[in-house]
Design a protein around this ligand. Structure first.
Ligand code: NBP
Length: 487
């Protein structure tokens, strides 16, 4: 009897996904390379441990593993992103039959997935590059799964992937076909970028409450718990309240003992690099990435803080009013972040011909993943409207939300700036909002400067768009234009 699916890579994600699949009634073959020097192999440990008595077959020989799976085979790889995926594919190709399906569930770079889809298809196989979000818990109990690549594979893998996906509150699985090539991994990358943004925004809200209002951890936890009952209801707000209340073995609040030097694994950075490549603003996520980098320079900040002591005026705030303003700043900045992220997805879709369905993506993120929130329902609704908004912030619902938030948001940013308290993501979002909603910007000066020193040409307000002019600014510059290159 052949199994329904094979899974390669028994680290934290692979083990839990295999158990999740088995619990939904699928028979699963698992394989992990054997690492020399490890007494009990990874496969044996899993088979004798968490997989004991389950409909899971373990293999240490990759050919036996492949042979054990029913055709067309579905083989999911949950290994470290990068060269391990390529190495595995090379090992698998000679063992597969035409029409077999490889699924890469790791955090691969979408350009690698573009390449791998082509490579696999050129050999008669199908390839699915799928983002999987939700960490260990999601892998076991329901993740948000974002598959893209060879579309012919979708009907084959859909029942299995949807069965192990989280279900949104309306019961729909958080797993839908995203689009061709590396689109699934691109969408997962932007998901992770948005996650960076959300975390930075929550951290700033915490910091303002702590520093301007002097709230203690329990009081802040109460505020976050209250927010979790309303429009900001989300996994990250929920865990923030839990974190603030958490005490370690000594009885002290753990949050106060954690070093303020943030790590990062690269998906936030990738989001920003790719947004830049596409010529799209993604300032909020960029700010979140840069703030992690600056936080990691702890020693430098420590020294600088002595050279530039803070000038606090210690104003007395109305606590209720300031907490409302922090809410407005957090909510509006979050809207900006999602608007920027979805605009990047739309641009990628147009550029690469992916035909992404933004409403479907918003719905897929409602459950299982780290950024899950009720507010994604509103985003899906905005993109589903027959009169599609040109920009998320211009959708009627969000337009009103922004208008209602602006007063509290700007007064909070102004207050924090006066008190020399950093709120880089709140203010980045506010500046983006002001620029976005300005019919005129000072880019005429930038264009004039570019043309002055480099003959880069400019368009004129009094001429049709698309005509480029060069001015001989100094009288001795000549009329030769620079070759046009626009990013
Ligand atoms: P890791 O990212 O730590 O990968 C470890 C697995 O890769 C092990 O099974 C390891 O085998 C295998 N592997 C390596 Br390393 N090189 C290999 C090679 N050349 N050939 C075959 N197998 C190889 O595990 P993870 O944290 O479970 O993540 C798996 C994937 O899922 C990654 O792409 C990750 O980015 C992504 N992801 C992780 C999370 C999370 O919360 N951890 C969430 C979402 C997505 P070995 O046992 O022999 O070393």
């Amino acid at each position: 009897n052949k199994t329904d699916i094979g899974l390669i890579g028994l680290a934290v994600m692979g083990e839990n996904l295999a158990l999740n699949m088995e619990s939904k009634g699928w028979n699963v073959s698992v394989y992990n390379r054997t690492v020399p020097g490890v007494e009990e192999g990874v496969v044996d440990r899993f088979m004798n441990g968490r997989a004991k008595g389950k409909n899971i077959e373990g293999f240490t020989d990759i050919k036996d593993f492949v042979d054990s799976i029913a055709t067309p085979r579905k083989i999911m790889m949950m290994v470290r992103a990068g060269s391990p995926v390529d190495e595995l594919m090379e090992q698998l190709f000679p063992l597969l039959s035409p029409g077999d399906i490889l699924i890469d569930g790791g955090n691969s770079n979408y350009e690698d997935t573009n390449r791998r889809v082509k490579l696999a298809e050129s050999k008669g196989f199908l390839f699915v590059g799928s983002g999987v979000s939700g960490g260990e818990e999601g892998a076991l109990n329901g993740a948000s799964i974002m598959p893209g690549g060879s579309e012919k594979a979708w009907p084959e893998v859909k029942p299995i992937l949807q069965s192990i996906a989280a279900k949104a509150s309306d019961g729909t699985p958080c797993c839908q076909w995203v689009g061709p090539a590396g689109s699934g991994h691109f969408v997962k990358m932007i998901h992770n970028g948005i996650e960076y943004g959300d975390m930075q925004l929550i951290a700033e809200a915490y910091w303002v409450m702590k520093n301007l209002l002097d709230l203690n951890n329990e009081e802040m936890a109460d505020v976050f718990s209250r927010w979790n009952e309303g429009k900001l209801r989300s996994y990250l707000i929920e865990i923030t309240a839990n974190i603030l209340r958490h005490k370690d073995k000594t009885g002290g609040y753990l949050i106060d003992k954690i070093l303020d030097a943030a790590g990062q694994k690269g998906t936030g950075k990738w989001s920003v690099i790719n947004a830049m490549e596409l010529g799209m603003p993604l300032g909020l996520i960029a700010t979140a990435v840069f703030e992690r980098s600056l936080s990691a320079q702890k020693e430098l900040r420590h020294q600088a803080s002595h050279q530039f002591p803070r000038q606090h005026t210690q104003p007395i705030y109305n606590k209720v009013e300031l907490v409302k303003d922090i809410f407005s700043a957090l909510y509006a900045s979050k809207l900006v972040s999602y608007a920027q992220g979805f605009a990047v997805l739309q641009r990628a879709s147009d550029t690469f011909g992916w035909q992404l369905d933004l409403a479907s993506i918003a719905r897929m993120w409602r459950g299982g993943c780290i950024i899950r929130s009720i507010f994604l329902n509103d985003i899906a609704a905005a993109f589903e409207a027959t009169d599609k908004p040109k920009h998320l912030l211009m959708a009627p619902y969000f337009r009103e939300e922004m208008k209602a938030s602006l007063s509290g948001w700007k007064s909070l940013v102004a207050e924090a700036m006066k008190e020399e308290l950093p709120v880089p993501a709140f203010s980045s979002a506010l500046n983006y909002f002001y620029s976005l909603t300005s019919a005129d910007l000072p880019a005429n000066m930038v264009q004039a400067q570019r043309d002055y020193f480099g003959a880069h040409t400019f368009e004129r307000k009094d001429e049709l768009r698309g005509q480029f002019f060069h001015e001989n600014w100094t009288g001795h510059g000549g009329d030769t234009k620079s070759g046009t290159y626009n990013v």
